[in-house]
Design a protein around this ligand. Structure first.
Ligand code: AHM
Ligand code: MG
Length: 348
């Protein structure tokens, strides 16, 4: 169906119209996320000018203290979302504990967990970075929200999304009714619907992993990635390796083209590097809504209830067939392993 030139706010309002269960409060919360994204984008696109103009660093030209971009992103989201009156509590990668939100007369109904600027170590090289967010209903009933409100499994998410800042800045989100992508048009300051109802291919031909960690990967992952590199035209192997090292950018490319993102436990990070609450769960929700899948190797990622805010998880994320096969390798039950065993016993 042609969608014409729809802005994010027009699109969200139409969704509200066709899905009366979506409350106006919730809609405005999404709009506030978009507003914060525009403010973060404004600084991120100038990151290369830091040394010349002193936009971030220790002091700006006026002698004022200025912030690192990831701290700026955190503060912007905190300030904007915190003032909506709709939130019980926030959690952010940039803060050890939960982030309190002032409660007005009405009790805030929602919780937002976010990674304000993921991949920020890539900023100096002008590589895409992103904001990831996850919106949950609160569990506690009154007063300020608590840790319990933040520590919910991914399947309870009401919405999740990311903003990718780069050559063009995009906001991609789901409320459980498909995945929709918007491209920022700077001249009018609006996110425009550019990717309605994104579907990820059932199987891709790309794997994304930091192969520098190969030696300390679990055996199953080593075998899986070795297998992906073997020539086999019917199954589309060998796969192409593509790894930016910036989760939102790697995920976004694979969402559009198909493929699998792999970050297992390593020697340095035995439980994986990425965090359940504000990296794994929101991207898992988007992947599933686009027809893909996400797992920690044993469980559906969205079923994990983290025990702490910054809990890490192994992450296998992307096209459904690829994630399924990866999990089969991890658990020693992929048909290729059985075939290898049979071949081995014949030659023994
Ligand atoms: P960060 O939250 O400190 O920015 O780290 C997260 C980033 C992800 O964007 C990316 O997928 C991953 O770290 C890359 O890790 P590595 O450099 O170990 O490959
Ligand atoms: Mg991060």
């Amino acid at each position: 169906m042609p969608h014409g030139a729809l802005t994010l706010s027009q699109f969200i309002l139409r969704q509200e119209y066709t899905h009366p269960e979506a409350s106006g409060e919730f809609t405005s919360l999404l709009m506030e996320v978009a507003l914060a994204a525009k403010m973060i984008n404004r600084l991120v696109v100038r990151a290369g000018l830091v040394d010349i103009l002193g936009l971030t660093g220790d002091e700006n030209i006026h002698g004022e203290q200025v912030q690192r971009l990831d701290v700026f992103a955190h503060d912007t989201l905190h300030r904007i979302l915190g003032s909506t009156g709709q939130l019980a509590v926030l959690a952010s990668e940039e803060d050890e504990g939960i982030v309190a939100v002032p409660q007005g007369e009405r009790v805030g109904k929602y919780v937002v967990n976010f990674d304000p600027l993921d991949g920020s170590s890539n900023l100096d090289a002008n590589v895409n970075v992103g904001t990831i967010f996850s919106i949950l209903p609160r569990i506690t009933r009154k007063g300020s929200g608590t840790l319990e409100d933040c520590l919910q499994p991914g399947y309870r998410q009401l919405a999740a999304g990311y903003v990718m800042y780069g050559s063009s800045t995009m906001l991609v989100y789901t409320t459980g009714d498909g995945v929709h992508g918007f491209t920022f048009e700077p001249s009018i300051g609006e996110f425009m619907l550019s990717h309605p109802d994104i579907r990820t291919p059932q199987r891709g031909h790309i794997y994304s992993a930091n192969e520098g960690n190969y030696q300390s990967w679990p055996e199953g992952i080593k075998r899986y990635v070795d297998w992906l590199k073997m020539e086999d035209a019917p199954s589309g192997r060998p796969y192409s390796g593509r790894y930016i090292g910036s989760l939102v950018a790697d995920f976004h490319r694979n969402l559009l083209y198909g493929g699998i993102f792999i970050y297992p436990g390593t020697g340095k990070n035995p439980r994986g590097k990425l965090r359940v609450l504000y990296e794994g769960a929101p991207l898992a929700f988007i992947a599933e809504q686009a027809g893909g899948a996400a797992s920690d190797g044993q469980r559906r990622l969205m079923d994990i209830t983290p025990g702490s805010l910054h809990e890490r998880t192994p992450l296998y994320l992307g096209s459904a067939d690829d994630v399924r096969e990866c999990v089969e390798f991890i658990n020693n039950r992929h048909p290729a392993i059985a075939a290898e065993r049979r071949a081995g016993s014949r030659t023994a």
